[in-house]
Write a protein that binds this ligand. Structure first.
Ligand code: NIG
Ligand code: FE
Length: 427
């Protein structure tokens, strides 16, 4: 996985035309629309950005530091994938075929497929198997510059199986040296053994599963799938109350297939984010603006389900609600393992501008995870999480389809992936 220079601190670029970094729009403040800042130098010390600024203004104290030649390449903050269901057993290519012959996501779910079929496969798998299955998925995302990722439970739907998923999520973070935020999504679907007893299942989620898993340090946030085929508004609120009593932040799968009013409810609980939101209405937008809740756009699911109901992008923009973009990686509605492809889809399908989409996979995504102090932007004193790209224009991040541009990824000041071979020539 990691390059041999993994443990070497980097001190890029101390002058000269060929020893400069170029920062993308958003590299300094990803949503401020700065445009590209040329000739920038980043000084990394002790895992943090000690200084960032115009190469010509590099303070004398840093001029003797070992230097890596960034060749004038584009630099961006490390990417943040703020909504994934990365840990699961099996796959659902059969549903892909069913949808191609006309079945809808809801019909498949009601017929016992959908989430519940991934629950069966996940329950059958042990931790090592789930770790082995999730590892290449995570590596695919990391190879494109992801420095922080959210991983949800929600395919166990019983204490021991939800625990298994969350433990694997933690283990992935430790093994790959990447920031992982875990989200408990016990209220993702009704497990078959609770058919017709959703109130009892929500009791279990609130009174047993969540307190136990939170007590084990496995839960950073709590999510619910609020939808006609999942849980009602009242059930969602019960889970939010349980989260609140444990001091855990909430987020919500909201208004994906219909406007249930989930976003306004989530905003009342100070939600970090409301995700999907294709059917979000004016009330929800106003509530999210007031609470500072991030709108997480998931174009991979929109595309896969051949949805035609666009999220209210212009209204969110007008209201100043921050918009993040994520893969929503999951085996049913978004088997996507490229955040850059999601950036492309956010532009092409949802009409985000390229700088908006870049902010969507950096600063706004970090905020959707409560990680805005450590991820998603570059600045003096911040942890050194950034990516150098072999690209000349930041818009190329959103432009290429299916190409994985070469990049060097620095996580917490370490060269984690050195696709540009910067670590080889300099010491
Ligand atoms: O984010 N919408 C609900 N949950 C997932 C889909 C999960 C699945 O179908 O397995 C989502 O799209
Ligand atoms: Fe999801």
């Amino acid at each position: 996985m990691a390059h041999s220079t993994m443990n070497k601190p980097i001190y890029p670029s101390a002058g000269g035309e060929w020893h400069q970094l170029r920062l993308a729009p958003g590299a300094l403040a990803a949503d401020a629309g700065h445009g590209v800042l040329p000739d920038q130098t980043i000084v990394v010390l002790d895992g943090h950005i000690a200084w960032i600024g115009s190469d010509a203004a590099l303070p004398a104290q840093y001029q003797s530091l070992a230097r890596f030649d960034a060749g004038g390449r584009l630099a961006t903050p490390g990417l943040v994938d703020c909504h994934t269901h990365l840990v699961y057993g099996g796959q659902r290519a059969n549903e892909f075929a069913l949808r191609l012959s006309g079945a809808s996501y809801e019909e498949i779910a009601r017929a016992g497929g959908g989430i519940v079929s991934s629950v069966r496969a996940t329950r059958e798998a042990d931790e090592d198997t789930l770790f082995a299955l999730a590892s290449p998925r995570l590596q695919a995302l990391l190879s494109e510059g992801v420095c922080a990722i959210e991983i949800k439970s929600g395919y166990g739907l019983a204490l021991e199986h939800e625990r298994k998923q969350l433990r694997v999520a933690r283990r992935l973070g430790e093994h790959f040296g990447v920031t992982v935020r875990t989200t408990f999504l016990g209220a993702h679907a009704l497990p078959p053994e609770y058919a017709g007893r959703s109130g009892d299942y929500i009791d279990l989620v609130c009174q047993q599963m969540l307190p136990a898993l939170a007590g084990e340090g496995l839960v950073d946030a709590v999510d619910v799938f609020c939808e006609k085929i999942a849980f009602s508004l009242a059930e969602t609120e019960r889970v939010f109350q349980a989260a609140q009593s444990l001091g855990l932040p909430v987020k919500l799968h909201a208004e994906q297939l219909s406007d249930m009013g989930g976003s306004a409810l989530a905003a009342r609980y100070g939600a970090l984010s409301c995700d999907h939101i294709e059917h979000l209405g004016a009330n929800g937008i106003a509530a999210m603006r007031q609470s500072g809740t991030v709108a997480v756009l998931l174009p991979g699911a929109y595309y896969t389900l051949r949805d035609t109901h666009l999220p209210p992008i212009q209204a969110l923009r007008d209201a100043g609600v921050p918009m993040a973009v994520s893969t929503d990686h999951n085996p049913g509605t978004s088997p996507a393992l490229s955040l850059l492809l999601m950036m492309n889809m956010a532009c092409t399908l949802f009409r985000l501008t390229a700088p908006e989409a870049l902010a969507g996979i950096t600063s706004h995504a970090a905020r959707a995870l409560g990680l805005q102090n450590g991820h998603g932007a570059l600045g003096n004193g911040r942890p050194a999480n950034f990516v150098l790209w072999d690209l000349s224009d930041a818009a190329e991040l959103a432009y290429w389809l299916g190409q994985r541009p070469a990049c060097t990824v620095v996580r917490q000041g370490r060269i984690a992936i050195d696709g540009l071979n910067l670590g080889v020539a300099h010491g």
